[in-house]
Design a protein around this ligand. Structure first.
Ligand code: MN
Length: 497
């Protein structure tokens, strides 16, 4: 029996899928590999660099991701920050993990520029999804960002607002779209703290004061509801008070003239029970114990929210008339609300495998983590045909005829399929287009009629003397922008001659 380090043991404890010996070994191997690779490196906080890799992997484990994703989380900074190459990761861990780490390394190069234009930001979000051919890459990136935000205070003060804004504009909406409520809420509050410290402090104080005052009523309501539900022989998986996250509280306050008394879900009691019919029964019990507020019963079980959220909400007059919200749901609904698309892995893993028979059967269980599009489709089917709207934001079709290339500085250039380095150059600036002499795709020299692939980094070589485009380019350019500029320049040079 090998003795494992405490950090590794704690990480393994967080894993939600059945931990087969193979999966366990994979995580241990990735841990040891990352530990060796990052040896001697420190974070800005002064901690060992490895602590960041462990934190990222732990977040992934706790939201129910599989062992390959957890391993990729441990390895995610290896190619960028250590001498070890992606090729070595492929040799050691295989194609799948290599692809995940490669995807993260690529996404790491994209940065939000000082732009306020909504369509540019929206493009960036879409590109993010399109480039991560595998949704797991986006989820790893979210976990990575979450830990970076938790430690943002160790960055120089002048750097913090940009990173926080990038988190708010790109990562929070992505976490929201993927339904990972837990990551979304924490990312949102951490960004809020650095973008708008004054309001953050104000809201935090408001909420903390309100809780201090209301806590005993809250606890009393939990006790009374619990007693009544148990007397009806309904099993309670969990009953607890939940705090509304600060940023969404702030947005709601703004709509209610900053009057905290008009916010009814500031204190919410969450009740998790085994079945859907238990949910409705608990709703009846709740209304028997406390008078409900008229018009405040929301049945998101029969009518889920567009993002797939399911729960029953009701607002009640609790002990001494205190207004509070009660949210009732099953464990599965709860996991889907907290972990979103990630919860899909837990459920498919647990459904597919007869864990008790694992040691008896000789079958080896590969993780069978399929591509994200297939996953999305399955998930969509699970939630029901009527809820297609919740995937609207992901519109896979949108990407069908578009590709995204990035400049060496991390700017995103949106192009039609089969676009070439000449199209790319003209998208940057007409002068860059006119003077292009060569190009590199992901560091390798390519011809000017090369068909750029999605997510490639394109570097353009230009000449100071050459300002006239080549007529032959008209045979292969794809954008009307490039075509128009080439024609215009050619016409002008014809006139000069
Ligand atoms: Mn990282």
């Amino acid at each position: 029996m090998i003795l494992l380090k405490t950090e590794l043991k704690n990480l393994l404890k967080q894993v939600k899928i059945p931990l087969t010996p193979q999966r366990r070994d994979l995580i241990i191997k990735a841990f040891e590999f990352a530990e060796k690779a990052h040896q001697g490196q420190k974070r800005k906080s002064g901690e060992d660099y490895l602590s960041h890799c462990i934190a990222t992997a732990t977040i992934l484990a706790s939201i129910g991701m599989g062992s390959k994703t957890i391993a990729a989380g441990l390895l995610h900074d290896v190619p960028e920050d250590t001498p070890i190459t992606l090729g070595e990761i492929k040799k050691e861990f295989g194609e799948d993990i290599h692809n995940l780490v490669e995807g993260i390394t690529k996404l790491g190069k994209i940065k939000l520029k000082e732009t306020k234009e909504e369509y540019l930001i929206e493009n960036l979000r879409k590109m993010f999804l399109a480039m991560a051919a595998d949704i797991r890459v986006v989820i790893i990136k979210l976990a990575d960002r979450l830990h970076n935000m938790r430690t943002l205070e160790f960055n120089p003060p002048e750097k913090r607002p940009r990173i926080a804004r990038e988190t708010m504009e790109i990562y929070v909406p992505l976490a929201d779209r993927l339904g990972i409520g837990e990551i979304k809420a924490e990312l949102e509050d951490l960004s809020f703290k650095f973008i708008d410290p004054k309001n953050y402090k104000m809201v935090k104080k408001l909420r903390d004061d309100y809780y201090k005052e209301g806590e005993k009523f809250n606890n009393q309501a939990i006790r009374e509801l619990e007693k009544e539900i148990r007397s009806r022989k309904i099993k309670i998986a969990k009953i607890y008070g939940r705090a509304k996250n600060l940023r969404s509280l702030f947005l709601k306050l703004e709509k209610r003239e900053m009057d905290i008394g008009r916010i009814y879900d500031l204190i919410a009691i969450r009740i998790i029970v085994p079945t859907v019919s238990d949910c409705y029964e608990v709703l009846g019990i709740t209304h028997k114990v406390y008078r409900p507020m008229v018009g405040r019963i929301k049945d998101y079980i029969s009518l889920p929210k567009p993002n797939g959220y399911q729960s029953i909400h009701t607002t009640i007059f609790g002990p001494e008339g205190r207004i509070m919200e009660v949210q009732i749901r099953t464990q599965k609904m709860h996991d889907e609300a907290e972990f979103g698309i990630a919860s899909h892995w837990i459920y498919s893993e647990n459904k597919k495998r007869d864990w008790k028979n694992y040691f008896r059967s000789k079958e080896t269980y590969s993780e069978n983590e399929v591509t994200w599009i297939k996953q999305l489709r399955e998930w969509q089917n699970e939630i029901g045909r009527d809820n297609k709207a919740f995937l609207e934001g992901l519109k896979i079709d949108f990407f069908k005829n578009r590709i995204f290339a990035i400049t060496p500085k991390g700017d995103v250039i949106d192009l039609p399929e089969e676009a070439t380095p000449v199209d790319f150059a003209y998208e940057i600036h007409s002068e860059v287009g006119d003077s292009i002499t060569g190009a590199k795709a992901d560091g390798k020299m390519v011809t000017l009629d090369y068909k750029i692939k999605n997510g490639q980094m394109i570097e353009v070589m230009t000449s100071k003397d050459k300002k006239i485009p080549n007529r032959k380019w008209l045979e292969f350019v794809k954008t009307s922008n490039a075509r128009a500029h080439i024609r215009k320049q050619l016409k002008r040079s014809d006139e000069i001659i």
